[in-house]
Design a protein. Structure first.
Length: 249
């Protein structure tokens, strides 16, 4: 149910956006579209033909796609160059619920310092949170609850401050995710979370509940995967199977 549009995958980072698409599809999004650099289209279709992949050369092409989506996930592999800026601008202009991750957050910090929304989930790791709050990573880590709540107050919506014991800060308060393991420190794990959040928002609508549920399912799926085959060598794409089982009890 629901149509998720993933916007990302600058040259060299195509995998990040595709991981987000696959996890959105596995978490029950009825339709998943991908707006990515044209060079990633063939690989995307081979890997995941269920996803409708659109090659985007620049801002004008990116502007049309958000109209058909229920939720936009922007940031995985976005890069911070002109292409990524134009794509993020299109996502922000559309009046749609958003998940902003990775370079989407870095660009928000750099170029949209005052934008706040109620209908978005921001998913910073400590490095991205430090950029958004204009402080050091040590500052963030020394009081993670305060950092998550400060970011939520400044930017609105819901903030998931990732890491061991991810924190979900929303309008009604702060929740700690008790799941997850060190095997998750591998490339693409955050991209998978952003796709899951997009799918849950497209189905549930409620921003805070989707953030809470997505963070829990993501981390618990990683725990189930690690129980079966160990933490070392855990891949981001391994999570989809376990996450799907968790949401189909
Ligand atoms: N297959 C693909 O296509 C993949 C593509 N990907 C895409 O690549 C893009 C760039 O992502 P990235 O990981 O290269 O840069 P980013 O995370 O901004 O790090 C920059 C600096 O931040 C810091 N930092 C990082 N993590 C931290 C932490 N937990 N806690 C504290 N600090 C932390 C760290 O600083 P350091 O620790 O080195 O001092 C680092 O040097 C992005 O769009 C992403 O989606 C990836 O998802 C992988 C799979
Ligand atoms: N030691 C850990 N315990 C629990 N979760 C972790 C741990 N290390 C990483 N994670 C989780 O893995 C994910 C990593 O995301 P991120 O830092 O954005 O990486 P990437 O950019 O490679 O996708 C986050 O959801 C984070 O909470």
């Amino acid at each position: 149910m629901g149509h998720v549009l993933v916007m990302g995958g600058a040259p060299g980072f195509g995998g990040a956006a595709l991981l987000a698409c696959q996890s959105a599809a596995r978490l029950g999004a009825g339709k998943v579209s991908l707006a990515t650099a044209p060079e990633h289209i063939v690989a995307s279709l081979v890997r995941c033909p269920e996803v409708m992949a659109h090659g985007i050369r620049g801002g004008a092409e990116a502007a049309e796609l958000p109209n058909n989506a229920d939720v936009i996930v922007v940031g995985p592999g976005l890069g911070q160059a002109a292409w990524g800026q134009a794509v993020l601008q299109s996502a922000l202009q559309a009046d749609k619920p958003l998940v902003v991750d990775a370079d989407g957050l870095n660009l928000l910090a750099r170029q949209w310092p005052d934008v706040r929304r109620d209908n978005w989930i921001l998913t910073p790791h400590p490095g991205e949170a430090a950029r958004l709050l204009n402080c050091s990573v040590a500052d963030i880590q020394s009081d993670r609850p305060a950092a998550a709540q400060a970011l939520q107050r400044a930017r609105g919506g819901v903030v998931i401050l990732k890491g061991a014991g991810s924190l979900i800060a929303g309008p009604t308060g702060l929740v700690v995710c008790p799941y997850g393991n060190p095997g998750m420190a591998s490339g693409g794990m955050g991209d998978v979370l952003s796709g899951m959040l997009g799918a849950l928002m497209a189905q549930r609508g409620d921003v805070e509940f989707s953030a809470w549920l997505g963070a829990m399912v993501h981390a618990l799926a990683a725990d189930r995967a690690a129980e079966e085959a160990g933490e070392r060598g855990l891949l981001a794409s391994d999570l989809a199977f376990y996450a799907r089982k968790l949401i189909n009890p």
